[in-house]
Design a protein around this ligand. Structure first.
Ligand SMILES: Nc1nc2c(ncn2[C@@H]2O[C@H](COP(=O)(O)OP(=O)(O)OP(=O)(O)O)[C@@H](O)[C@H]2O)c(=O)[nH]1
Ligand SMILES: [Mg+2]
Ligand SMILES: [Zn+2]
Length: 373
């Protein structure tokens, strides 16, 4: 691909995007006038706002009525191929993702994509709220599992005592092993340059965290302008009011892109065993030394994990949370398997019914979709 346009560079273009796009256009017959590269800046159910070389436009997203394949549903951050022969342009293809940040829905029963093609996940935590190690672990597990690198951002340092900041950094440092922790204050500007440095030269970061944690305020501090609305938290419990409602791509002048997201209430893990293993890499390493290879670290003799808890080198609660996440993911796997089997049985039933019908009916099979090509 020729040099990318400044507008695409501003949207976070990277060399690998050029390569993916070239491959996709070739697969579509190589019509370079018809197929245009873009990045989803805001995603809706049937349409998306897409950043292109010629500016931002609204494009149609055609989503299969039968089984919306999560890989194919354009989400904020996705690089896409637009078919410009349609008016408005149609998203013909979502380019293969290098990272997908997903979580389980509130019930932990379905996958929800939060952002795609991000390099950094800024896990934002307000220092004005009680610290919950479990929340941080879950967010970090999702982040690692996405393929991006997490950074923990503790906001609102100006609202609490320096001693509280220090305690938070120590406590959460033990939870966020191997993760950069940055303390910020939008009021004083402290830490903003450090966050900025994680985005250069052309990386995309998504901000995730509870409502009111200060995601949009941090976006504004990084942009140096009020591009995102922010909302005061409730007095008393400092809970947010869900000010941000869409996932928005925000380019930064000088390189780097942010994706601001609505506050999330629950952080359900989804197929994130690699992420959990990464967050608990110390416990995973201990588990390799247990006497029994299938040790579940509950009552077994010769358990290296329980030994580490007994000698105080691993906190009991941390180990308990680790086992809880493993159970949660195992249960999810079991449910998925049951559903997959049920879907197979149903599909086999449909195929059999169709075959039976076609013995009597003389008509072409396959539905025509009302669309060109
Ligand atoms: N004092 C102080 N207040 C902050 C800081 N960061 C954010 N706030 C305030 O916290 C409140 C919530 O901030 P938002 O940026 O709207 O929070 P959010 O995470 O985007 O919330 P949602 O969009 O609801 O998910 C606002 O009143 C901000 O002014 C900070 O560093 N210091
Ligand atoms: Mg917000
Ligand atoms: Zn063990």
């Amino acid at each position: 691909m020729a040099d990318p346009s400044p507008a695409l560079v501003a949207a976070g273009w990277q060399p690998r995007v050029g390569a993916l796009f070239a491959t996709a256009v070739a697969a579509h017959g190589g019509d370079v006038d018809r197929f245009v590269l873009g990045r989803v800046a805001q995603s809706g159910v049937t349409h998306a706002v897409v950043a292109t070389a010629d500016g931002w436009c609204t494009a149609t997203a055609e989503i299969s009525e039968d089984a919306p394949d999560i890989e194919l549903v354009p989400t904020t951050g996705d690089w896409v191929v637009l078919d410009a022969s349609y008016e408005p342009p149609l998203i013909a293809e979502v380019l293969p993702r290098w990272s997908t940040l997903t979580r389980g829905d509130a019930l932990g029963r379905a996958e929800q994509v939060l952002a795609a093609d991000v390099d950094v996940v800024l896990v934002v935590l307000g220092l004005d709220r009680p610290r919950k190690a479990g929340r941080v672990e879950r967010a970090l597990a999702l982040a690692w599992d996405s393929g991006a690198t997490p950074v923990l951002v503790l906001t609102k340092a100006d609202l609490v005592d320096p001693a509280v900041v220090e305690a938070a950094v120590t406590d959460l440092g033990a939870v966020a092993r191997g993760v950069e922790v940055i303390t910020t204050s939008a009021r004083s500007g402290a830490g903003v340059a450090e966050v900025r440095a994680t985005l250069l030269p052309d990386r995309t970061a998504v901000l995730i965290g509870e409502s009111g944690s200060g995601k949009s305020t941090l976006v504004n501090a990084l942009v140096g302008d009020e591009v995102q609305s922010t909302g005061a938290v409730r007095e008393g419990d400092a809970k947010g009011r869900h000010t941000t409602t869409t996932r928005d791509l925000v380019p930064l002048s000088g390189g780097g892109v942010l994706i601001d997201t609505p506050g999330i209430r629950s952080v359900a893990l989804w197929d994130a065993s690699d992420g959990v293993a990464r967050v608990f890499d110390d416990l995973e390493a201990l588990a390799d030394r247990c006497r029994f290879p299938n040790c579940e670290h509950r009552t077994e003799p010769g358990c290296a994990v329980l030994a580490a808890v007994a000698d105080g080198s691993v906190a009991l609660e941390r180990m308990e949370r680790w086992l809880l996440y493993i159970d949660e993911l195992d249960e999810q796997d079991a449910r998925r398997l049951v559903r997959a089997r049920a879907a197979e049985t149903k599909a086999a039933g449909r195929a059999a019914a169709k075959a039976a019908r076609s013995l009597y009916e003389d008509r072409p099979s396959g539905r025509q979709k009302g669309r060109r090509r």
